[in-house]
Design a protein around this ligand. Structure first.
Ligand code: CP3
Length: 352
């Protein structure tokens, strides 16, 4: 049996219920800006060893909760675990981004891709979820996550990170059918994977569509949003007698918040390129909003961080349904004490 939840501000805010203060967590909150993370990462040897060791993954998940008293924990893992489990051979070289040993090159590669059973080749992720949930002991809710089918496909076809997305966009415009087959498989894999995370103890879910914003409006709908819709439709939305809220985040997707809200998700992540008041107008009143401080604000002085936090809270206003976050992941070279300043400012300025 898992302990009852002591702090459910995050879940209540996503449900657009009134809260005493605005909950706050940070994308990439466990990571290289924390010296305690770097120590455990060195102990693990490499990033995938860290992800696949439930005790160490649990330890780094809890580090930012202990240090900053954040209102939600996020599973320590990566979106690229799914393509790795499909056989693409993920590696993280030091100082470089992710690389696949066997990227997708042909239609035959796509046809041969298995949809992984999450309780088989991804069991290590489920073990991390259940370990973290147990160790959290009800302090704050645990967020499970995955990449969107499109964002996963960009890495699978490019073979790693990309600036121009020439290969995956080349495929989109030369052989869209093959890309659709790949996206359909990714959508199935993500749905099973997220449902297994809920089964293992995740209390909320987030889908990262980091690269949806590089698509044209019609292609965004056809190649990214459509597949996120399939996932939302297939997710377990209730566990332990509570709703399991789902947040969608398309970076650079501000212009599509209305379409994203129509998927039936509970929350939308907003990056810093859109004011939250405008985001609210566009998204309508059926979803909560998460965001949206520019991550670079944390390079500024404590006083400017406080002012910028105030602006974000003010742009959202007094209505319920706000989860404070950065507009994208925290940068590697940020001083962790600046994050303390941010979190304390959110507490101070949002307390009712
Ligand atoms: O937020 C958290 O604290 C939970 C853990 C988490 C990681 N990656 C850990 C990680 C989450 C939620 C992710 C998601 C992820 N991974 C995304 C979507 C979110 C986003 O940032 O847009 C993407 C696109 C990836 C793919 C990925 N993983 C890249 C491009 C990289 C290298 C980038 C870099 O900063 O070097 C990773 C590696 C990675 N994932 C690290 C961490 C802490 C750094 C690896 C290390 O410790 O060496």
């Amino acid at each position: 049996m898992n302990a009852p939840l002591e702090n459910d501000l995050y879940l209540r805010a996503l449900n657009r219920e009134a809260v005493e203060r605005t909950p706050v967590w940070v994308m990439r909150q466990a990571g290289r800006y924390l010296p305690e993370y770097k120590r455990v990462r060195a102990q693990a040897g490499n990033f995938m060893n860290l992800c696949s060791n439930p005790e160490l993954a649990c330890e780094v998940t809890l580090q930012p909760i202990d240090r900053f008293n954040l209102d939600a924990a996020i599973l320590f893992s990566d979106i690229l675990t799914i393509p790795d489990a499909m056989g693409l051979e993920l590696a993280f070289e030091t100082g470089e981004g992710p690389k696949f040993g066997k990227p997708i090159k042909t239609r035959a590669d796509v046809d041969a891709l298995p949809v992984p059973d999450p309780n088989d080749s991804l069991q290590y992720v489920m073990d991390a979820v259940s370990t973290i949930r147990r160790e959290l002991n009800g302090r704050v809710p645990l967020i499970g996550f995955s990449g969107s089918p499109w964002t996963l496909a960009t890495y699978m076809v490019e073979g790693g990170g990309s600036k121009d997305f020439s290969k995956v966009k080349g495929l989109l415009f030369s052989d869209p059918k093959t890309l659709h087959v790949l996206l359909e498989k990714n959508a199935q894999a993500v749905t099973h994977y997220l449902n297994a995370q809920v089964e293992a103890g995740a209390q909320a879910l987030m889908i990262f569509d980091t690269w949806g914003g590089v698509l044209s409006p019609t292609n965004y709908q056809a190649f990214s949003l459509h597949y996120m819709q399939l996932i939302v439709d297939g997710l377990t939305r209730q566990a332990d007698g509570r709703k399991v809220p789902v947040t969608l985040f398309t970076k650079n997707g501000g212009q599509w918040l209305d379409l994203m809200a129509k998927t039936g998700c509970d929350g939308l992540g907003v990056d810093w390129t859109m004011d939250l008041a405008d985001a609210r107008k566009r998204a309508g009143d059926t979803v909560a909003l998460q965001g949206n401080l520019d991550p670079s604000v944390l390079y500024g002085s404590p006083e400017s961080i406080r002012q910028e936090v105030k602006k974000v809270l003010h742009s959202y206003g007094d209505a319920p349904g706000h989860v404070f976050n950065l507009g994208h992941g925290i940068h590697q070279f940020v001083n962790p004490e600046h994050l303390t300043v941010m979190v304390e400012a959110v507490r101070e300025f949002s307390t009712k």
